[in-house]
Design a binder for this molecule. Structure first.
Ligand SMILES: Nc1nc(=O)c2c([nH]1)NC[C@@H]1CN(c3ccc(C(=O)N[C@@H](CCC(=O)O)C(=O)O)cc3)C=[N+]21
Length: 297
């Protein structure tokens, strides 16, 4: 049976470390602030935004949650971002995705000051990080990397397969693993012999948004499996159940180590959002980044 990678526990310990750094900032009269903008009433997004706000306060930061109606115009959203870009009590800005159809996500992301872009979605940060500079690393891939390094130590030379090529997870994940000297394959819906590709991987990261798509028979014995998927499945009882993009029961029989859903990557995403907010606050105050913060130096 595979070892369980406890993202929930790791995230809690990371938040403790963040809280200690924030306490040091308080002594210098600095309180990092995170602004989260939610447009519309999507129920899942409301849960995430509530959890983000709660955990932001728990680590000693200020939380500013802006809930806007579904009908908000792009112009009004851009005006709010402009206000937050110029607000000295705000070091991090996150616009919850997905946005309503009448708002262009790229235009909105481009409007955020790159120094305050704690999601790492702004092209300036994507470019910096892709070329080895110190751009903000997107929260979910950063969380996956921290779990992998904790589990495996040095990743050099490992064969990594990233299934999924989104701008939010797949592409930055492949870049991060390449920076860690892995041999990286990015696979997707058009990949030939997908199962065969997966079976070659020492590290398998799955971020496709298809419930339980990857089965145990796709996995190399002993491989480390990171499941980024969070899918709500309606059960016969009428209750919803959360499952990943990996079929956990069969995968756990083959893998060396695997993340559960829930309690794996999800909590790490929020902890890394707080980490990116801390890093942004340190940079904006011209303070050094502590060496324990990975891959940001
Ligand atoms: N600008 C932006 N940045 C994001 O980082 C962002 C976003 N938009 N839009 C939506 C996705 C999704 N996301 C999650 C965060 C935490 C959990 C999480 O904590 N999940 C729990 C379960 C929570 C539950 O019960 O639903 C777990 O996996 O254990 C999940 C998903 C951040 N996202």
């Amino acid at each position: 049976m595979a070892q369980l990678i406890d993202g929930k526990a790791f995230a809690a310990s990371l938040r403790n470390d963040i809280a200690e750094e924030v306490a040091k900032l308080h002594q210098q009269g600095i309180t990092p602030g995170l602004a989260v903008i939610l447009v519309g009433e999507d129920p899942a997004s409301q849960v995430y935004v509530r959890n983000k706000g709660k955990q932001t306060i728990e680590v000693g930061m200020s939380s500013f949650v802006h809930k806007l109606p579904e009908s908000t115009s792009q112009t009004d959203l851009l005006a709010l971002i402009n206000k937050l870009n110029n607000d000295n009590s705000v070091q991090g800005i996150l616009v919850q995705i997905p946005l309503p159809d009448h708002i262009d996500a790229d235009t909105v992301i481009n409007a955020i000051d790159p120094r305050k872009d704690v999601d790492g979605f702004h092209p300036v940060n994507v470019g910096r990080f892709s070329t080895g500079g110190n751009g903000t690393i997107p929260c979910t891939p950063l969380g996956c990397l921290m779990l992998l390094k904790d589990q495996l130590g040095d990743l050099s030379g490992a064969r990594a397969l990233v299934l999924g090529r989104s701008n939010i997870v797949g592409k930055p994940m492949s870049t991060l693993l390449l920076n860690e000297n892995c041999t990286v394959t990015t696979a997707h819906s058009r990949t030939k012999d997908l199962q065969e590709e997966c079976r070659r991987a020492d590290i398998l990261i799955v971020a496709v948004g298809r419930p339980e798509m990857v089965k145990g028979s796709w996995i190399k014995p002993g491989a480390t499996v990171i499941d980024v998927g969070i899918n709500r499945i309606e059960q016969d009882s009428g209750k919803a159940r959360l499952v990943g993009d990996v079929q956990f029961s069969s995968a756990a029989e083959v893998a060396g180590a695997i993340t559960p859903v829930p309690g794996g990557v999800g909590p790490m995403t929020i902890a890394c959002l707080l980490l990116n907010t801390l890093t942004a606050a340190l940079r904006q105050n011209d303070l050094p980044i502590p060496t324990w913060i990975p891959t940001q130096n």
